[in-house]
Design a protein around this ligand. Structure first.
Ligand SMILES: NC(=O)c1ccc[n+]([C@@H]2O[C@H](COP(=O)([O-])OP(=O)(O)OC[C@H]3O[C@@H](n4cnc5c(N)ncnc54)[C@H](OP(=O)(O)O)[C@@H]3O)[C@@H](O)[C@H]2O)c1
Length: 262
């Protein structure tokens, strides 16, 4: 069975590890190519966009893909929408592997916003010291609120920024809550901005903000059109879905043979 896994997340890497131990499946992992030096996966892989829904559908047909797994980041909404459309066009099943979103807990002070523009607005007029942990691609949105100081943490440089008062911090998770709390205190941060990515690796900042009583501007997940697909949160559950799907095909095949008297 040929599987195409849309990756770029730790969940996709974990799934690739599980699939490397399954010689009965023939997976290929797809990466967008955003990271300059990605760690080589333990299964065959390809890098780069497909060229929209048409390109992805053509790839699925050419490669004889039987099943698509969308293991992209919850904020990679365009790729997920393309995955949903291409799976429907090619009539193959789609399984979504995604982290469960973080949930607000007692003593959290979340301000929920739909996008980055709304997040910048939610910071208000009074100058604040803001910790921005939203990745590098949407920092531009905060140029509409130049009165604040921004501590911006990214893995790779975000490029030229028109923010008069900011400091860049390059780092890669996982981050524990104690270290995050110390950083917030050292930098005298009074507000955190984050996407609701979910997962344990970057949850430390949420726990630290709670412990310090700081507000968190929480950018909610975009809708990606995959809401009706089979959705699981663990790599092992993807394998269970694949095995169930194969069993269903085998039963249908047997019923077909019986009906035709073969
Ligand atoms: N957005 C985030 O916050 C975030 C965080 C961590 C990791 N990532 C990972 O970084 C990658 C890009 O994210 P994004 O938010 O820029 O995506 P996006 O906006 O949803 O997708 C933009 C385009 O990038 C290409 N693309 C995205 N993921 C791909 C994949 N796995 N394989 C091949 N092409 C892919 C597709 O190009 P074509 O239309 O040409 O096919 C897609 O239309 C994804 O793999 C995602 O899992 C994203």
């Amino acid at each position: 069975m040929r599987l195409l896994i849309l990756g770029g997340t730790s969940e996709a890497s974990a799934l690739a590890k599980c699939l490397a131990a399954r010689p009965d499946l023939a997976p290929i992992l797809s990466l967008a190519g955003r990271t300059s030096a990605p760690v080589a996966p333990p299964i065959p892989f390809r890098i780069g966009g497909f060229g929209g829904v048409a390109g992805l559908s053509a790839y699925i047909e050419q490669e004889g893909i039987d099943l698509l797994v969308d293991a992209t980041h919850p904020f990679a909404a365009q790729m997920s929408a393309h995955a949903s459309a291409a799976a429907a066009a090619c009539a193959i099943p789609l399984i979504v592997l995604t982290r469960a979103p973080w949930r607000e807990e007692p003593n959290d002070r979340w301000i929920r916003v739909p996008d980055m523009q709304a997040a910048a607005k939610a910071l208000g007029e009074t100058p604040r010291r803001v910790f921005l942990t939203i990745g590098r691609l949407q920092v531009e949105a905060f140029t509409t609120a130049p009165q604040h100081f921004y501590l911006i943490r990214t893995i790779e440089p975000p490029g030229a920024l028109a923010l008069p008062d900011h400091r860049l911090l390059y780092d890669r998770g996982p981050y524990d809550a104690a270290r995050e709390k110390a950083l917030l205190q050292e930098e005298r941060i009074d507000c955190l901005v984050t996407k609701n990515s979910g997962g344990a690796a970057t949850y430390g900042k949420i726990a630290a903000a709670r412990a310090l009583g700081l507000p968190v501007v929480m950018v909610e997940r975009p809708s990606s059109g995959t809401e009706t697909a089979i959705t699981v949160h663990a790599p092992q559950d993807v394998l269970a879905c694949i095995d169930a799907h194969r069993e269903k095909i085998a039963v249908h095949h047997q019923a077909d043979l019986t009906e035709r008297g073969v």
